[in-house]
Write a protein of this length. Sequence first.
Lengths: 363, 363
Amino acid sequence: MNIHDLDTPTVLVDIDTLGRNLGGMAGYCRVHNLTLRPHTKTHKIPQIARLQMQYGAPGITVAKLGEAEVMADAGINDILIVYPLWGEKKWMRLTELAKRVRISVAMDSLQVAAGISRAARLAGVEVGIRLEFDTGLHRCGLSANEESIAIAKKIIALPNLRWEGISLYPGHIMGNREIREHDIPVENAKLDRLYALFDLAGIPYPVVSGGNTPAAFQSHRFHGVTEIRPGTYIFNDRNTVDAESATYADCAVTVLATVVSTSVQGNAVIDAGSKTLSADTLLSGERKHFGYVQGRPELILHDLSEEHGHLIVPGDSHVEVGNLLRIIPNHVCPCINLHDHVFIVSGEKVVDHWSVAARGKVT
Amino acid sequence: MNIHDLDTPTVLVDIDTLGRNLGGMAGYCRVHNLTLRPHTKTHKIPQIARLQMQYGAPGITVAKLGEAEVMADAGINDILIVYPLWGEKKWMRLTELAKRVRISVAMDSLQVAAGISRAARLAGVEVGIRLEFDTGLHRCGLSANEESIAIAKKIIALPNLRWEGISLYPGHIMGNREIREHDIPVENAKLDRLYALFDLAGIPYPVVSGGNTPAAFQSHRFHGVTEIRPGTYIFNDRNTVDAESATYADCAVTVLATVVSTSVQGNAVIDAGSKTLSADTLLSGERKHFGYVQGRPELILHDLSEEHGHLIVPGDSHVEVGNLLRIIPNHVCPCINLHDHVFIVSGEKVVDHWSVAARGKVT
């Protein structure tokens, strides 16, 4: 089957580009002795999680318990949930999961740790624990100070928890372009200060887990990091290209769309809007446009309605109703999360069809 | 069951507010002798479509063929697809559908009409046809000129099509606030010019279908409109409130979320991010913030990660890990489309649980 035989809009994953991205990140991590624990929120597809483990990942990362349940059902046996899980319902689901796979959680409060400990003791299981520190994104995470170390001590003393170490999310460092301008010594000074507090208290931290996609290939330059959790690298998108962390040739996901209207002069409409591509704006710069038209850079996807993509067609260009276009989305993670399945392609040949099994697992 | 017993994040639909919204729009349309053909893209829930028909709608509107298939399966027997359907696969699905329900399509090109006509003749069915005109949004739609009337004539002459009339989408008129400032005589002059062209050509147009939610209650002021297709009115959202077309008391949908982190001073994180609320920015004004915290207007939802909602908590306010909050989303349509099901509530009492059956039907 060829992509021209598919109904549109639909998501295509180029298996050759995916393979290069898999191998590239795995190779980088091997060379620098970093553990790669890929964040599967990007794809939510068990087949891709299994490929990531075949390429050397000892386990995966997820954001939600529901994602962990899907991945465990698919045979993934080592899962980190980098999210502070709150509430009896979630703690019971977590300990059920811990009965069948190795499971760890990152959190930033004694309350969350105490809830998990209590549930784990009742269930007779052990849950791995990492403590989240804020190094500049100001989203979650404790500050590097003595108060936080006191909390760490209390958490480590709780029963049925397996202390693993420190969790970071350097989401404030947005990519190669920014790293060139970014003061790495400043970041390292923050990390050194954090480690000194732990050392002083005599608390070991076997794992220091960091790393987002845009800055992933710079991870070796940050002091003490032992593990990274990039997600987007597996597919890449317009954001990672904009951050100079990838090129359009590294983008494995395109949305196949059809031109459905050319009746307004200088414009065209494709059948992919915000319910197909997501409404995410570009993370940097002028935040303009909603995707990149592969092979047709003159076509500007300047706006999205829910089911309409609005193209500006310059005077020297031409599109017709029925034309197929392939769009690289701004942000691939929320885009995939809108779809029940993806088609696996090699060039224009359709080779497989995978379910986005963890799609919509919000709890 | 009470909302405090639910796992979060999840979507709550207040059935009392929904009832008022249903009745309010139905009453307005009855008084002004307008046909109400609600757009079900907002909810994608057959139970709500059936309620809309019980309140007087002769049929519904959808954007996608896949939505029409779900609604037909649920017993809805009169469906308008306001979308230019292109391609043999879609035309075959359309004619299959036309064998079991009354179906109409709005489009703006002879190519689309010819494809549907050919497929309908082969299948031995009839498909209703409306011709889309652009009155200012510049998205889809023909211009009001003689060339367009020539196209209309050709379309009407095609076999197995049932000519119904004119389709408009006044999406450039954004609500009561804008209508106060908007030049209604200018819009009416455009409409009159369009009708004059049809009259001159001797082409009847029994249906003139227009109407979005923000301007819905002003529809009687626009010349010649016989039918409106509002969607969002059933739930309302921060956009319709911002457009002064509703108040927060008219918003039937809230996302129930839990505070999961307060470790960063002056901030808090809830477990609802862009994969729960959608990343849609506000349509007007400064386009700031990602939702309204019901009953806690001092809490500002200033940013979203995929699974984190970032709240600013002013000094004189306080939230704790575990607190439940109810968020009115910016744009309810893409929010609902992220969820497999919604809980129906009356106040804090959970009374039912409905599937978002047409969620993710992109083709």
